[in-house]
Ligand binder design. Structure first.
Ligand SMILES: [Zn+2]
Ligand SMILES: [Zn+2]
Length: 295
């Protein structure tokens, strides 16, 4: 029997990987999450955190000759969300199938990922030189994976044009629990933020961008990232049962995050909501009104 429905963080850091002594608790790898649902392999983004997930999956390939069917949902193609793909070792095995879901058309997604394997930057000759089977799908309508409904909502992430989507994703289990992921989104007073709040309504877990402090944000408006406070306000507005703050700034130390967490727990406005800063390698179970963290 697999672990219960939930989310595991393999990478929590925004922008660039930041492996230091003072990031060991909340994590130094760039964004990668795993939706834990039955025995399926469902991944959101492949920042450098995907490397450790790949290593774990290699045990199944090498020890059990497992043929892996892996679903990868991309929120967008910024480097910190894709750069781990060449280090995700199952991609080198013919027994692996990668089903990729892209917020952009297939040819654009292919181009964006192909350059990671370009001979100028790597010893490979493109994505098509990988031994695995790679199917890229444009994520243009909700998909069902064995009862798990996956849907999307375009968010506000300094999109260079209207068509350069960045998606929030929703994973709705047949039993009703939902995990909404808005890993890169600028919470500010506009239509896209309203759309996200509606999309995340009643989420069991809302994972939200919390890269900035208000002081940092004051000179970085329009960069596509939220403050920790605005992320929590979105969680309250969406009546999410729990908010997990992520996309930690590369400079943010464990000590600062822990101190901020304790300060926030004393703020009256935030007492109505359950929240935490996401930790790398932690698994958060999505249980209505009772969300547990294990590991
Ligand atoms: Zn990012
Ligand atoms: Zn981004």
């Amino acid at each position: 029997m697999g672990a219960s429905y939930g989310i595991k963080f393999w990478g929590t850091r925004g922008l660039i990987s930041s492996p230091r002594k003072d990031t060991a608790i909340y994590g130094g790898n760039t964004t990668c999450m795993q939706i834990v649902y039955k025995d399926h392999l469902i991944i959101v983004d492949t920042g450098f955190g995907a490397c450790n997930l790949g290593e774990k999956l290699m045990q199944q390939i090498l020890t059990h000759q497992a043929k892996l069917q892996i679903h990868i949902f991309y929120t967008h193609f910024h480097w910190d969300h894709i750069q781990g793909l060449p280090f995700f070792h199952p991609i080198y095995f013919p027994s692996t199938t990668l089903n990729i879901y892209s917020p952009l058309p297939v040819n654009v997604a292919h181009q964006n990922l192909d350059q990671l394997f370009d001979g100028s930057y790597s010893p490979f000759s493109g994505l098509s030189s990988m031994a695995s089977t790679i199917n890229i799908n444009e994520f243009s309508k909700a998909v069902m994976l064995d009862g798990l409904m996956v849907s999307f909502c375009p968010v506000d992430h300094a999109n260079k044009d209207e068509n350069a989507h960045c998606f929030a994703l929703k994973f709705q289990a047949p039993t009703g629990e939902s995990i909404v992921i808005a890993t890169d989104h600028e919470a500010r007073d506009n239509k896209k933020n309203e759309d996200l709040i509606n999309f995340a309504k009643g989420a069991t877990i809302l994972v939200h961008d919390a890269q900035f402090t208000p002081a940092e944000y004051s000179s970085r408006q329009g960069w596509g990232h939220s403050t920790m406070q605005s992320a929590l306000k979105n969680g309250i507005a969406a009546q999410a049962e729990r908010v997990l703050l992520t996309h930690h700034h590369p400079h943010r130390s464990d000590e600062e995050i822990t101190r901020t967490l304790h300060e926030f727990k004393e703020i009256a406005e935030f007492k109505s909501i359950s929240f935490d800063f996401a930790k790398e390698l932690a698994h958060y179970e999505a249980v209505r009104n009772n969300i547990k963290r294990t590991a």
